[in-house]
Design a protein around this ligand. Sequence first.
Ligand code: HEM
Length: 427
Amino acid sequence: MKLGTVPTIVVSSPETARQALRVFDLNCCSRPSLEGSKKLSYNYRNIAFSPFDDYWKEVRKLAVQEIFNIKRVHSIQPVKYEEMRKLIDSFSESASTKTPVNLSETLLSLTVSVVCKASFGVSFQDTVLNNERFNELIPEALEILGSFSASDFYPYVGWIVDRFTGLHKLRERSARALDAFCEQMIDLHLKKDKEENEDFVDLLLKLEKDQVVLGHEKFTRNNVKAVLIDILLAGIDTAAITMTWAMTELSRNPRLMKKVQSEIREKFGDKEITSLKETDELEYMKMVIKETWRLHPTTPLLLPREVMTEFEINGYTIPVNTRLQVNVWAIGRDPDAWKDPEVFLPERFVDSDINPKGQYFELLPFGGGRRMCPAMYLGTKMVEFGLANLLNRFDWELPEGMKAEGMKMEEAPGLTINKKHDLTCSC
Ligand code: HEM
């Protein structure tokens, strides 16, 4: 189809996704230069929006080696446990006073603390973003990134529309707030004691100081900030969204809630779940997570790709500069790929090899091919650990007077799709 003046292909079946993300991945793994992402990525210098070039390859490799590898993910275990502990204490308090808990909010604050401590070495309590504004900032930036920007579809004139709709102003405001956050993060690191553990921010600052060239480009302060914002935007709400949707589906399906809780409690009982490794054997819980990703992928359209060299799919020639969107949401509900696709049924994964690692094109929560999420292991572990703890310790149910049928299931707009109305439960 043509969106404005831009030829766009929407891939919405597993077989076509296989062609695009595996067979012809190299032909179409660049990103288009979109107005919405330009400002927030300091001119496409982050990982997610960078075109396919040597700079992207080197920055992505660096991030994979330094923060997303399995060893590093396990090294954040104490951080995760500490944050989880705080959350459990606050839930215990709510349980004793019978006050319902806003799970959407609390799960987001959990992932904020974990990602920030793990990647930036600081907690938000010490930053400019330690206020209510922060809770709005990340979802707002993601909504801007996911919203219709006329300048991306009508080059030359679209910017006029964006000024009228207020999008331009919103974008500027959001970029300024994120920039202020990065500045403070960098300041904290420049001031800190040399003896302290080196983290990812120190590493990026060292690249800047040593004037390292990545790809063909000198790594400057803007590059540091672009990568920090990348991690902030890509890393924080995705895991929280998955946990929120999983808890939503479980609280409207008490049978499944009991089943997954029995599995966890049989294994752990009164023992606390302290390590990320311990969730490996929770087979049914992992099915619940896969089923959540099938029906509620965090990034339903993946990120847009741009065709670099012409190729052919299903007899159609796809020319250079075509924009490609992969509709993972539709693929997860494709009746040719899934039986009773609208039903939340984790048991469909019993005796099935399907996993979310980008090799089964009917389930692509992390995308696939060269642009696939580099933090799949970290993301999965955050979700498994968070859910296992919540479900082990508390009996969750809908607040008094609310019925499963009356639950609001609408999705909020944006690049990542969260539940529109906060999930509140009693425990
Ligand atoms: C449950 C958690 C997560 C999910 C479901 C998820 C999902 C995704 C998806 C769907 C994409 C786009 C793939 C594509 O366009 O083909 C992506 C890209 C990305 N994700 Fe994740 N993600 C998660 C966690 C994280 C975390 C924790 C981080 C970092 C701390 C992260 C960093 C990134 C980055 C940097 C990219 C851009 C990759 C590129 O363009 O080369 N993600 N993620």
